[in-house]
Design a protein around this ligand. Sequence first.
Ligand code: HEC
Ligand SMILES: [Cu+2]
Length: 438
Amino acid sequence: MILTGVFVDMLLSRPVFSRAKLTSSFTNLVCGLGLLLMSGAAQAEYRLNLQDPVTQTARDIFGLHMLIFWICVVIFVGVFGVMFYSIFKHRKSKNYEASQFSHSTSVEIIWTVIPFIILVVMAIPATQVLIKMEDTTKSDLTIKITGYQWKWGYEYLDSDINFYSTLATPREQIDQFNKDTAQPLGENYLLETDNMLVVPSGRKVRALITANDVIHAWWVPAFGTKKDAIPGYINELWFNVDEGKEGIYRGQCAELCGKDHAFMPIVVKVVSGDEFDAWVAAGGTFDASGIADESEIDTNERAEASEQAAVDSPAEQATPVLDAIVPAAQASDAEWTMEAAMAEGEKAVTTCIACHGQDGKGGGGGLFPAIADSAVATGPVEAHIDIVLNGKSGTAMAAFGSQLTDEQIAAAVTYQRNSYGNDTGDLVSPADVAALRN
Ligand code: HEC
Ligand SMILES: [Cu+2]
């Protein structure tokens, strides 16, 4: 009963739990301690139950969840109530004499029929919601979502906007094992990206979901959507965010198996229909479309970029927002100096160091080879470009040809050939990369 009391209290006090509330009652304290143990002390706000829904689907799911939860509570109380009552009432010290019957047809019918009815009662609304969730017809726009190791690619099929969305949490926050470089965790630690998916409220957005390499899963809890992204297959989902619920919503790759799914978050910026149209008309940039660019996606890189922009053109407004949407114009070979390539390369290899290590010494207990002194990174340039462009099938080395521009690949290769103690002196140009694309 105490347990049940705790449960009920947890539910009634939803959405609950700021730290200050922890001491407000004994039961809250108990729950709070449990949560503290589970989540570590990093999060500022605890919550129980699902995120606040912002789509009809998510509300339906929330409703189902609560309905079934309460059914479970009633069954729990009923079954344990009878059990504890029976144990207590018929205890040995009362010299209660047990009856000796072994079959009771009527009891057996009752305990078959009642659960059956309960299951049907739960199945009917659940099926209704499932059918609604699968209905992707009459959508207002379609976005293709592709999972990559370890980022998301978004293509707006009704316009030619497309971009990648990569984790923006700085490596120094993640690699806490190095005490010297460790930083305090940001507010949206591991839930922040360089580019956000932008969608309109009040419109039905259909998403086609697939993957390029391994299975991923696109999950935004507040939308009530979660779907596997499977290479070679296209899954569909849809969501229609309520008008008035504009804002930023965060989700994650919910795939369990694999190395870095925890490092490919999803950030969705919901704007009004008009703002969305302006954003599309501006080719997917915020500043040109007049939508406030919330600095939530403020990353080190962004900060650097704006500093740089401010230096380049102090009078102009810095415009680094969604630069990946419109791939930077390819630098002509004249500007492609060793310095520029190395600076660009240091940024480009952030994707690579997850496996090959910040220090280029490899990782995964030998699974990911070192770049330092590697035969490929110090041998012929063509082979180096080739493995980055086309990957190596059957290994975790993915083909980056479709994810990175010629310039980024040239920069990454140049960087690898001249860092970590490698000193080939080779400057690889975007044209070299373009020549090897097929
Ligand atoms: C998911 C892990 C992963 C990521 C991310 C990754 N690699 Fe690799 N890389 C590998 C593995 C595994 C191999 C070994 C392949 C083999 O068996 O030959 C490899 C091999 C290489 C080699 C050849 C090294 C040698 O001596 O054999 C180079 C060069 C290389 N990767 C460059 C890159 C670059 C550049 C990036 C980023 C754009 C990158 N890798 C990102 C896993 C990764
Ligand atoms: Cu994933």
